[in-house]
Design a protein around this ligand. Structure first.
Ligand code: GUN
Length: 291
C-alpha cells in the first residue's frame, strides 16, 4: 500500500508555480491576480477563502478579497461580478459557494466571464471539458487527475467507480476519467443516492473515488484487493480529545481499508491540498492566456 501524499505533492506544485511567478516578476511584469468573493459569515466558507488568499501570497500572486454582507441583494452581487468580469489586470475570480438562499446560485455562476472562471463552474467550461476542449477544470477533479498522473497510476481500461454526482466533484470526475487521456481512459460507473447496492459496484472497482460526505462509508468488505482508493469526503466529527473539539474524517474507513489497497489518499492531507493548488494553477493559466 502506498499513501497518496497530497501535502507533499501540493508543496511541489506550489514550488513550481512560485518559480514561474518569480521569473515573471524578474522580467518586471505584473503578478498573476486572483479575486475572491465571500458572501456572509459561514465559518467553513470563511476558512476556505482565507486559505485561498494565503495560498496566493505564498506563491507571489496578487489577491483581492471582496467581503459582502449576507443580506446583499442578488443585483448587487451581479453588479460586482460585472465589474470583475472586465477589471484590468485581473486574471480570474471565484464566488465562494454556497450562497445565501435568497440568491440564485445558477444565475450568479452564469454571470461569470468564462475566461475568468478559474473555478471551472461555468457551463462553457464544463461543456468544453466534456468535449475535450481547452478549459478551466474544476479544482477537485483536476487535483485528483494531477495526483493520478504524478504517481503514475495506470487508469487505462480500468473500472473506475465514482460515488456521488455533485456538479463540482462526482459529475466532472466521471467525465474526466472517461475521456481518452492519460490519466483517464477508464470505464466509468457513477453511483449516487438512487444506486441500490453500491457495494456491488465498488467490489468490482479498480479505482474508487468517493465524494459523499458520509464518514466511514466505504468499508473493507466493499473494496477489492489492490484497488486505488481516492477519498474526497471531509466531515467534521466531534472529538473531545482534540483542541478544536472535532476531527476531520473522510468517506473511507481508512484504518480498515488501507492495507487492502494499492494506493490510498488520507484525510486530511490527500485530495484537499491538491484542490487548493489547482486554483493557483488555473489562475496562472489564465494569466498566461492573457499575455
Ligand atoms: N465551495 C466548496 N468548494 C468550492 C470551490 O471549489 N469553489 C467555490 N467557489 N466554492 C466552493
Amino acid at each position: 500500500m502506498q499513501i497518496l501524499d497530497g501535502n507533499k505533492l501540493s508543496k511541489k506544485i506550489r514550488e513550481e508555480i512560485k518559480q514561474e511567478v518569480d521569473a515573471i516578476l524578474d522580467a518586471d511584469k505584473r503578478a498573476p491576480h486572483l479575486a475572491a468573493v465571500l458572501v456572509g459569515e459561514d465559518p467553513a466558507s470563511q476558512s476556505y477563502v482565507r486559505n485561498k488568499i494565503k495560498d496566493c501570497e505564498a506563491v507571489g500572486f496578487k489577491s483581492t478579497l471582496h467581503r459582502l454582507s449576507s443580506d446583499i441583494s442578488e443585483e448587487e452581487l451581479l453588479d460586482l461580478i460585472e465589474k470583475l468580469n472586465t477589471e484590468k489586470d485581473l486574471d480570474g475570480f471565484i464566488v465562494q459557494l454556497p450562497l445565501p438562499k435568497h440568491i440564485d446560485q445558477e444565475r450568479v455562476t452564469m454571470a461569470i466571464n468564462p475566461d475568468r472562471d478559474v473555478d471551472g463552474f461555468h457551463p462553457t467550461n464544463f461543456g468544453k471539458m466534456a468535449l475535450d476542449m481547452d478549459a478551466f477544470l474544476p479544482a477537485t477533479p483536476a487535483g485528483i487527475m494531477e495526483m493520478l498522473e504524478r504517481y503514475n497510476i495506470d487508469t487505462k481500461g480500468k473500472h473506475c467507480v465514482i460515488i456521488g454526482r455533485s456538479h463540482i466533484v462526482g459529475r466532472p470526475m466521471s467525465i474526466l476519467m472517461g475521456r481518452k487521456t492519460t490519466p483517464g481512459n477508464s470505464t466509468v460507473t457513477l453511483c449516487h443516492s438512487a444506486t441500490p447496492h453500491v457495494e456491488e459496484f465498488t467490489k468490482e472497482a479498480d479505482i474508487i473515488i468517493t465524494a459523499l460526505g458520509v464518514p466511514n462509508f466505504l468499508k473493507e468488505e466493499m473494496v477489492k484487493e489492490g484497488a486505488v482508493v481516492i477519498d474526497v469526503g471531509i466531515s467534521r466529527v466531534e472529538d473531545d480529545s482534540t483542541k478544536k473539539g472535532y476531527k476531520l474524517v473522510g468517506d473511507v474507513d481508512y484504518e480498515n481499508v488501507k492495507d487492502k489497497t494499492s494506493y490510498i489518499t488520507p484525510v486530511p492531507g490527500g485530495v484537499g491540498p491538491m484542490t487548493r493548488s489547482m486554483l493557483l494553477k488555473n489562475t496562472l493559466l489564465s494569466y498566461k492566456r492573457n499575455k
